[in-house]
Design a protein around this ligand. Structure first.
Ligand code: 3PG
Length: 306
């Protein structure tokens, strides 16, 4: 059996070493393709492998077509919007993610970006503190609940909106439940996004919600750029000079936002949320174990296209 690790944004060496060790012990061969710039290199490398590990790398219908022997693809991470699930399912390929494995890294970055914005991008001038401010968690999943926990350590009042999580589950963490999304945005000085990019959520955060936010409010996006309606974001931030936006990964209209909003906008140059050695090791090794368990025992625990 042969496994390809295809990562345009490579794992830490510690992680690739650990992944290779797991496959070697299982009698499997590992092929590593990192920092590729030509999709054809990826599609050439995937041609004869049985399993595939990716990060945000796009696994399209063309990839599936090129991967004649592929039985399983694991996205080492949480969001699997980069996988064409329909194409995988049509070919009987199991698609998985590794939920929770890189969540702490993302949560720490969300808080770090809030501090950065609260302190004037670390430039001179009077900033503000997170203590006593209201933080809204939009979607209370693995990352959302860690952000809540860290924020509580800062003395923030934490609120959450998530129609898929029981009220009691949120409340037992000392987090207040908002009955509606409007209440969350209408209440909180900071809103941290943790929704996946789906047909329902894409472009779902726009003018209407952002205009409800209190004076000086800031949206922190460590989820996906696609969930923001970028034109409406620009409109409301131009209309209200008190609002701010921080994003992990540049929006499509990055240059315009930079030019028009100055220090009220910041984005990381490349998606940084899961860029820690710990997250790479956790997610990468989990992916490798899931592949071995699937190929040897048929374990489909983390399959997302069942
Ligand atoms: C995820 O969905 O797990 C994160 O966005 C991390 O993505 P990355 O592996 O490309 O850094």
């Amino acid at each position: 059996m042969k496994v390809l690790i295809a990562t345009e944004k490579p794992f830490a060496k510690e992680a690739t070493d650990g992944i290779k060790e797991i496959f070697t012990k299982a009698g499997m061969e590992t092929v590593l393709l990192e920092k590729y710039t030509d999709i054809n290199d990826f599609h050439h490398a995937v041609a004869d492998v049985d399993a595939l590990i990716v990060r945000s790398d796009k696994v399209t219908a063309q990839t599936v077509d090129a991967a004649k022997n592929l039985k399983i693809v694991v996205r080492a991470g949480a969001g699997y919007d980069n996988l064409d699930l329909a194409a995988c399912t049509a070919r009987g390929i199991a698609a998985m993610n590794t939920p929770g494995q890189n969540s702490n890294a993302v949560a720490e970055l969300a808080i770090g970006m809030m501090v950065y914005m609260a302190r004037n991008s670390f430039h001179a001038g009077t900033g503000s503190e997170l203590k006593g401010k209201k933080l809204g968690i939009h979607a209370y999943g693995n990352v959302g609940r860690l952000v809540a926990k860290i924020a509580q350590g800062f003395g923030m009042d934490v609120y959450a909106f998530d129609p898929y999580v029981a009220k009691e589950t949120i409340e037992k963490d000392g987090v207040r439940v908002c009955a509606s999304i409007d209440e969350l945005y209408g209440t909180c000085h900071y809103v941290s996004l943790h929704i996946p990019a789906t047909e329902q959520t894409k472009k779902s955060i726009g003018y209407r919600l952002l205009s409800k936010m209190p004076k000086g409010a800031c949206v922190v996006n460590t989820a996906r750029k696609e969930v923001i309606h970028e034109e409406e974001l620009l409109n409301i931030l131009e209309e209200r000079a008190d609002l701010k936006y921080i994003s992990d990964i540049a929006p499509d209209i990055h240059a315009t936002l930079q030019e028009k909003l100055g220090a009220r906008y910041f984005s990381t140059p490349k998606k940084m949320g899961a860029e820690t050695a710990e997250a790479n090791v956790n997610a990468g090794l989990a992916a490798a174990r899931q592949i071995v368990n699937f190929l040897t025992n048929g374990d489909t625990t983390f399959q997302v296209n069942k």
